[in-house]
Ligand binder design. Structure first.
Ligand code: AKB
Length: 318
């Protein structure tokens, strides 16, 4: 029997992954935690507790009391926010990961850990088109530096302590359930909300800034597939590159106009432009495809249709 701990269950990935894992393992076996209140379906659909991943003493009690066997550590300060509080962001991102890795090494019952990395591990010197799994990595954002350091630690714990830690380098994630917070790819979520609310959007990136993205249902499936994969087939012990759709703000605006012909967009790039410019435009996911069958299904057109529909129906219900 598996007992799963989710850290960061109120966040963009956590709020959807928790529900998917509860479906699979049973509501009562998936313990959702966060430092803030989570959406209603998370709180009411199974165990939920306010828990700070930085509080290692409470964390270990929690893990032992609930006989946790798998941890998904999703909490992090994202790229845009991390540039505002660099030292604090580094401390939060690194200490929380080290707490989890060390805990998982010590507690024998914990069999698997998941930790998300990001395309932010790449930098200006990385080839930007079809960025390979293994390539130059010189990130110049605090978030990217913390994710790259995290990847090295994940590989270290895998090899040195035989701890089964699995990881994905997520591209920008797009979802309608919980809004992202503090990232550079967030424009691709905000644009849909503002299209529904105001029929217009002020974009903080330039119109032709192309970035790799993934629709949340594909991201959730990828995460679960990786966690189920045969360990003998996993050749990457740090983090797997994945990415499905590459587009720019101009491309999304064009797609939105197919549904809302009067939609307007203006461009006012801010400090996040430099972050986006240092990231890949597209990702070569062939290693993830080969090792554990990564196969995204949504393209920009299908995703746009669903995003607009779902946000509209949320807005009407309110
Ligand atoms: C961000 O923009 O910071 C994140 C990421 C790509 O990791 N969405």
């Amino acid at each position: 029997m598996e007992n799963i701990l989710i850290i960061g269950a109120a966040g963009q990935i956590g709020s959807e992954l928790t529900l998917a894992l509860r479906k699979e393992y049973g509501d009562e076996h998936v313990y959702a935690t966060d430092i803030r209140q989570a959406p209603r379906d998370i709180v009411e659909g199974g165990p939920f507790q306010i828990l700070d991943v930085m509080d290692d003493k409470r964390l270990i009690h929690f893990v032992i009391r609930h006989k946790i066997t798998q941890i998904y550590h999703l909490a992090a300060v994202l790229s845009g926010n991390a540039e505002r509080i660099p030292i604090q962001a580094w401390q939060i991102n690194m200490s929380s990961l080290m707490n989890i890795l060390d805990l998982a090494k010590e507690v024998e019952e914990i069999k698997k850990v998941f930790w998300p990395s990001s395309i932010a591990v790449f930098g200006q010197t990385t080839p930007q088109i079809a960025t390979p799994q293994l390539t130059v990595m010189e990130p110049n954002t605090v978030y990217g530096i913390s994710k790259l350091a995290g990847e090295r630690w994940v590989e270290y714990y895998n090899r040195r302590y035989k701890l089964d830690v699995r990881s994905i380098r997520y591209p920008g994630l797009i979802s309608y359930k919980t809004e992202a917070g503090g990232g550079t790819t967030d424009y691709a979520v905000e644009i849909y909300y503002d299209a529904v609310k105001n029929n217009s959007y002020e974009c903080f990136l330039k119109e032709d800034t192309e970035l790799p993205m993934l629709f949340m249902p594909d991201a959730i499936k990828a995460t679960i597939d990786l966690m189920h994969a045969d360990p003998a087939k996993l050749t990457v012990k740090s983090s797997y590159s994945i990415g499905a759709i590459s587009f720019s703000p101009k491309d999304v605006a064009k797609e939105i106009r197919k549904h809302k012909p009067n939609f307007e967009i203006i461009y006012k790039p801010d400090f996040r432009q430099a972050i986006a410019d240092s990231w890949p435009k597209s990702i070569d996911a062939s290693v993830a495809e080969h090792d554990w069958g990564f196969k995204p299904t949504f393209d920009l057109a299908k995703m746009t249709e669903i995003m607009l529909q779902e946000i509209e129906s949320k807005t009407i219900k309110k």
